[in-house]
Each structure stands twice: as structure tokens, then as C-alpha cells.
Design a protein around this ligand. Structure first.
Ligand code: BGC
Length: 750
């Protein structure tokens, strides 16, 4: 077995891909010849069979009849290697052309060893850690015969009500691009045809994260400019990184369901980006075009999807059944079907399935290898965000003798794994309670009182016991948050406060006067203003996965130092949705002045409180901005120096600054570079992340950090819908988050 390389990612300079055509790895003449040779032998039924994906069911015999006839190209949700081989044997040995099946599974943040949810991984701002996680997931999943995962999910997500924000890399286009590409690299390794590589699938193409009202599957209304500037770039980056496959999304954008959207599938993905891999629908989304009201029946839906550029249909079985009629009726061209089959066969050849279709059933298990657990722990450590640390209560000091561990998430082995863990097993989860006892039980006495049985629990009977435990302790650590079922697909919320009686629990613990450390494990950024206020320290860990316990224990006791930053804006209240840092300016930008609502005089005149883009009750500021996170140590930023004040679009700007660790602990800072295009043909975001780097410094150490930023990366889709860099003035900031840092200026000239 390969050993996991954990490359130190202390300083990473991360260019975003340029918008030139995607150079996919394969597409070589030898593969194309094989594809053509096979295609020329196929009947229409066999071609449509390749375009058909089913979900595994029943006994092998139940599926083998269909496979023998060449009616199935891919199967999802089969993870028993014996059954995988049995099914594959039918395809390879008993079907006329012996075309192997492509076995697929949602391996989203780990197969058995579960890593933090993708939103948590995004908080690491660490592409190497993210790549390692995907690589380990591929090693484990491929060992049972899975060769295709439906990941990365790179939907830019700016609405925390949407349950699937948990599966995303958050609100930022650039961060999602860099981390999505890292996942693709991790899954696919150096070569797709290595038996431990699995094909990645960039999903959901496209705009799914902008579901109206944060309700899953809902319509989106994204203009072409926003689509191109905000939602498409992570997909372009994934294609450029070699993603073998793409998945269409459930939503209709401005009336056009993605599964029937020629513009995104043919014009953009194939035409502009030169993608030659496979496009699959989302689950049943071909047929769902009937419910959308753009197809009359299955037949119509099938024709709409393939004509738009879909190659494979997930579970709805309309292609196989109805495309023969549609071809006869002249509604679908045979050449369109041929092209789709080419795309599918190409991926199967690239994966080496024709040479090596079987999985080694006798191979020793690779699941939960020590190196996998270590990588998952590191990811969980880096994903935790320190939001508050009043009086430096963290890390816990040597003189602490008794620790009260309370709360419904302290020992919730299933829930800390988060959403989309088909194959994760709670028996392998290491919870904070067990980890603190095992790793630090010789230093402190642990008193455990759950207080509430689970996150939605409204029964307050246990709170008094938790309070009694707190009173006996030197410090209280409260683990609260969300059960895993509260986020993920179709699990949206209209209320983002802590569920159940968790706020009451925190308030009661705070009243004891004992130092209170609140640790929050959740699938999304919750509105936790009250709890932050009540606590001395707050550590936000999203759902941290299998190794969340040991990671949090080391962070709490100071063996590790928090470095995570918010990958999404944390709101004060749900009514602020959508609130994200890279917004455009209104003509009347929000003023920072906020008069408490109760102080507004009765019958005040219409304009007495000013006229700015804000809320009278909570203002326009978030609870925490994008990119925010503290450390146990402190960092001082020097003023950024620019290599030139005037540059052309062909130049590269070098930005150099000093970063100093001014505190007492060694720590890692995620330095961020933001840019603003001051005047353009259309309004531009007030700030956009363009670079970031994880920089590790010892106490007192100072490093000079530099970022290289090609001016071409300032291009955007302008008034004429042309991607270009418009000359003019730009502002630039380097700092610890999206709201801090001195602005410096440069000019782009023709
Ligand atoms: C989800 C996809 C997933 C697919 C297969 C759908 O419901 O939207 O993200 O890959 O199911 O399980």
C-alpha cells in the first residue's frame, strides 16, 4: 500500500487556472482509436446501454440479465468487492462486447475514514490537506471496486439555510476553485488508470448553490455574467485539473433545467473549455424535467437531455427506453448518441477498466490505516476555527485539574461524522469525550454530563446536572451544534439558531461563572451571537469526522494551535441572508453607524436615520467575516510592497509583506490577498480573494511572504460579456481576513 505523503503546506502560492481551453490528460490517439473501434461494433441498444446507470439492487442474478444484454453502462452504490467482481464478470465475460461497468459511489469526505465535511476542509485553506483526504478516500473506495466518486461538490454557496452548504467549499469562487482542483488531483492521482485512482465528478453543474430561499432543488436566477464570474470558475478549474466527469444539477436557472441546458453543457463545457470527459445527470434529473414543466413525458425528457449534451443518465432509464423512438422520429441524431458513447468509453479506457476490470478481493484491508487516521486528524485540527478566546482561556492551562465535559455533541459518534457518509462507521469515531479521557485523563479529571441527549432535545431536565458538573470543575467545555441529519441534501433550515434547548444549556453553564469553552460541531455557520457572548472561548469545528475527538482534544490542551478561517460569512441572524464579503457596492453603501432600534424617536422623519444599504435592527455587518479566525498566538502584518505601481495585463504583480509571530506559541496564519477593481464597465465586488498562504512561524519569528499575481487573473466578464482585464485603478489588501488590512493601490494600463 502506498504510504500517505503529508507534505508540509506551510507556504503555498496558488494561482487560479487561466481561462484558456482545458487540456485534458487523455484524448491520445491510441485511446481514441480504441474508442472508435469499439463504437463501430456497437448496436444502438448497446450504445444506449452504456448511457444507462442504475443503482445496485437485489441479487447478482437480478441485474445480470440486463448486464448480459449490454443494457447497463454503470452501477452506483455497490461496495461489496465480491459482488462488484461478480457483476463485472457478467459484463466482461458474458455480454457481447465485454465492456466493463463503471462502479460509482458518493465518496464525499472519505470512504471509511471520514474527513471533516467539505465546508470544514475549506476552513483549512490547505489544498495539500484536501488533496491528501481525497487521495485516501480513493485508496479506500477503490479497494472495494469503486472507481468513480461524485465529488468534488464545488457549488459556490452563499446561503447557510441550504443544507448542502455542508458539502461545499463555502462562499468564495477562488477558494472553491483551488480546493476543488485539489480534490480532483487527490481522487485521480498521477494517473487515472492506477488501480487506486478513482474518477472525480465536478458537481453540480451549475448554480445549484444559489437555490432561491436556500431551499434545496429550488430555481436559481443567475445572470450570465454572475454565472461566468462567480459560479463557473470552480468548474473550469476542476476541468483544467483533469476531472474525468461532470454532473448536471437539479436546479433550473432562469427557466432552463441544467440537465437540458445546451448553453452550459455544449457551449461552455465542451465548446469553450474543451472538456472531453463524461457528463452524467443527477439522480433522476432527466425525468424531473417533466416536473419542471419543460418536458411532456419520459421520451421528451430523454431527447432534451441528450440533445443538451448529457452522456449518461442516472437511474431514470429514459434514454434506453425511449431514444430509439426519438432517433426514428428524427428528434435525436444518431451522431449525438455516438458522441455521448465516445465520452463514456473514453473515461472507461482512461480508468484502465478494459485491462483491469476486477478488484483484488484478497487484498488486506486498507480501511482506517494509521496513516489515514493521522491525515484525518490533521485535517480536523486545521479545520477548527477559533472565534473567541477571552482572557486566553485556551489552551487549557497546566493548573486545570477538573474539566466538565457537557453537551449533546461531546460523545455523538454518528453526528460528528456529518452528512454524506454512506460508508462511514460510527464504531470507528473517536469523540471528544473519549479522546479527552484517553489522551489527557492522566492530567485532568473529567466529569461528563450530557445535559441534553441530542441537538434538538428540548427536555431541559438534564441541564441542572450539567450545571452541577460545571460547578465542580475548573473549566467547562460544552460541545453543542447540529446532528448530522440537520444538514446535507434536502435538509435546509429556516432558523439558524442552535436547535433544541442548547442555548438554554449554554446560558445556564455561563451563569456558573466557571470559564466556559464552547465547541460547535455543525454542518453550516449557525447564528451563535448569544452563545459567543456567553462563552469565554469558542471553537467552531463544523462536523470534524472520524478523528474529530483527538484533534479537538489536542487543540483544547494546546498540543495543536487553531489555524482555521471561516470559509463562509457567519451571520448575526438568518434575516441577513444573503450576506457575503464579495458583494458589489450599492450607490449608498452600508454605514457602520447603527443606532439601536429602540433609540429611534417616535414619529421620526423619513430621512432622519440616514439612507444606506443596511438593516435598522442588526446592521449590515456579519457576526464574523469571511476568512476570519484567531490563533493562540498573534500575528503582525507589515505593509504590502508592490513590485510595480503600474502594470499591463501581461505583467505579473509581486506582492511582498512581512509577517511576524508576536505571541507565545508557534502557529500558522492564513494570509489572504484581496483585490478591488475600482472602476469598471460593470460594478465589481468590493473585494475578491486572489491568493492565500498558510505560513507557520515560531514565537518571535518573522518571514517575508510574497504572492505572485498575474494581472490576467483580474479579468472578468464585462459589460460586453467579454472576459478581459479593464485598465484602471485597483486596491489591494493583505491581511488575516476579508475585512482587515491596509489598502495599497496599483494601476493597470493598456
Ligand atoms: C445528489 C448527488 C449525488 C446523487 C447520487 C443526488 O441526490 O444530488 O449529489 O451524487 O444523488 O447519490
Amino acid at each position: 500500500m502506498k504510504t500517505v505523503k503529508l507534505l508540509s503546506a506551510c507556504l503555498l502560492l496558488l494561482p487560479l487556472v487561466s481561462c484558456t481551453q482545458v487540456q485534458n490528460k487523455g484524448g491520445d490517439a491510441a485511446t481514441e482509436q480504441k474508442v472508435e473501434a469499439l463504437l463501430s461494433k456497437m448496436t444502438l441498444e448497446e450504445k444506449l446501454g452504456q448511457m444507462n446507470q442504475i443503482s445496485s439492487y437485489g441479487n447478482i442474478e437480478d441485474m445480470s440479465g440486463l448486464i448480459k444484454k449490454g443494457e447497463i453502462g454503470s452501477i452506483l452504490n455497490e461496495v461489496d468487492p465480491v459482488r462488484v467482481n461478480a457483476l463485472q464478470r457478467v459484463a466482461v465475460e458474458e455480454s457481447r462486447l465485454g465492456i466493463p461497468l463503471l462502479m460509482a459511489r458518493d465518496v464525499i469526505h472519505g470512504f471509511k475514514t471520514i474527513f471533516p465535511i467539505p465546508l470544514g476542509q475549506a476552513a483549512t485553506f490547505d489544498p495539500q490537506v484536501v488533496e491528501d483526504g481525497a487521495w485516501i478516500a480513493a485508496i479506500e473506495a477503490s479497494s472495494v471496486g469503486v472507481r468513480w466518486t461524485f465529488s468534488p461538490m464545488i457549488d459556490v454557496s452563499r446561503d447557510p439555510r441550504w443544507g448542502r452548504i455542508a458539502e461545499s467549499c463555502g462562499e468564495d469562487t477562488y477558494l472553491s476553485s483551488v480546493l476543488g482542483a485539489a480534490m480532483v488531483k487527490g481522487y485521480q492521482g498521477d494517473s487515472l488508470n492506477s488501480p487506486t485512482s478513482i474518477a472525480a465528478c465536478a458537481k453540480h453543474f451549475v448554480g445549484y448553490g444559489a437555490a432561491e430561499g436556500g431551499r434545496d432543488y429550488n430555481s436559481t436566477f443567475i445572470s450570465e455574467r454572475n454565472l461566468r464570474n462567480i459560479y463557473l470558475p470552480p468548474f473550469e478549474a476542476a476541468a483544467k485539473a483533469g476531472a474525468a466527469t461532470f454532473m448536471t444539477s437539479f436546479n433550473d436557472n432562469d427557466g432552463v433545467p441544467s440537465t437540458g441546458n445546451k448553453f452550459i453543457l455544449r457551449d461552455v463545457l465542451r465548446g469553450e473549455w474543451g472538456f472531453d470527459g463524461l457528463v452524467v445527470t443527477d439522480w433522476n434529473s432527466a425525468r424531473e424535467m417533466i416536473a419542471h414543466g419543460v418536458a411532456t413525458d419520459d421520451k421528451d425528457a430523454a431527447a432534451l437531455a441528450v440533445n443538451a449534451g448529457v452522456d449518461m443518465e442516472m437511474v431514470s432509464y429514459t434514454f434506453f427506453k425511449y431514444l430509439p423512438e426519438e432517433i426514428k422520429a428524427g428528434k435525436v441524431k444518431q451522431s449525438v448518441v455516438d458522441e455521448a458513447v465516445r465520452n463514456i468509453l473514453r473515461v472507461k479506457f482512461r480508468l484502465g477498466l478494459f485491462d483491469n476490470p476486477y478488484v483484488d478481493e484478497k487484498k488486506a484491508s486498507v480501511m482506517y490505516d494509521a496513516s489515514h487516521l493521522e491525515a484525518a486528524k490533521r485535517a480536523a485540527e486545521e479545520s477548527a476555527i477559533l472565534l473567541k478566546n477571552e482572557g486566553e482561556v485556551l489552551p487549557l492551562k497546566e493548573n486545570i485539574r477538573t474539566v466538565a465535559v457537557v453537551g449533546p455533541m461531546a460523545d455523538a459518534p454518528h453526528d460528528q461524522l456529518g452528512t454524506w457518509i454512506f460508508d462511514g462507521e460510527k464504531a470507528h469515531t473517536q469523540t471528544p469525550l473519549t479522546a479527552i479521557k484517553e489522551m489527557y485523563g492522566d492530567k485532568v479529571q473529567v466529569i461528563y454530563e450530557q445535559g441534553l441527549a441530542y441537538s434538538r432535545d428540548k427536555n431541559t431536565a438534564g441541564i441542572s446536572k450539567a450545571v452541577a458538573a460545571a460547578q465542580r470543575a475548573d473549566v467547562v467545555i460544552a460541545f453543542v451544534g447540529e446532528e448530522s441529519i440537520l444538514s446535507g441534501e434536502a435538509h435546509c433550515l429556516a432558523d439558524l439558531n442552535l436547535q433544541g434547548a442548547q442555548s438554554e444549556l449554554i446560558a445556564a453553564l455561563a451563569k456558573t461563572g466557571r470559564p466556559l469553552v464552547t465547541v460547535i460541531m455543525a454542518g453550516r455557520p449557525l447564528t451563535i451571537g448569544k452563545e459567543v457572548e456567553a462563552s469565554n472561548a469558542v471553537l467552531y469545528s463544523f462536523h470534524p469526522g472520524t478523528m474529530g475527538g483527538p484533534a479537538l482534544a489536542d487543540l483544547l490542551f494546546g498540543k495543536a494551535v487553531p489555524s482555521g478561517k471561516t470559509p463562509v460569512t457567519f451571520l448575526k441572524t438568518v434575516g441577513q441572508v444573503p450576506l457575503y464579503y464579495a458583494h458589489n457596492n450599492s450607490g449608498r453603501p452600508a454605514s457602520s453607524h447603527l443606532k439601536p432600534l429602540d433609540e429611534v424617536p417616535l414619529e421620526a422623519s423619513q430621512t432622519s436615520e440616514g439612507s444606506s444599504s443596511s438593516y435598522m435592527d442588526v446592521g449590515a455587518q456579519p457576526l464574523y467575516p469571511f476568512g476570519y479566525g484567531l490563533s493562540y498566538t498573534t500575528f503582525k502584518y507589515g505593509k504590502p510592497q508592490l513590485s510595480a505601481g503600474e502594470l499591463s495585463s501581461k505583467d505579473v504583480l509581486t506582492v511582498t509583506f512581512d509577517l511576524e509571530n508576536t505571541g507565545k506559541y508557534e502557529g500558522t496564519e492564513i494570509a489572504q490577498l484581496y483585490v478591488q477593481d475600482k472602476v469598471a464597465s460593470v460594478t465589481r465586488p468590493v473585494k475578491e480573494l486572489k491568493r492565500f498562504a498558510r505560513v507557520t512561524l515560531k514565537p518571535g519569528e518573522k518571514k517575508t511572504v510574497s504572492f505572485e499575481l498575474p494581472i490576467s487573473e483580474l479579468a472578468f466578464w464585462n459589460l460586453n460579456m467579454v472576459k478581459t482585464v479593464e485598465p484602471g485603478d485597483f486596491g489591494l489588501w493583505v491581511g488575516p481576513d476579508s475585512q482587515t488590512g491596509d489598502e495599497v493601490f496599483f494601476k493597470v494600463v493598456d
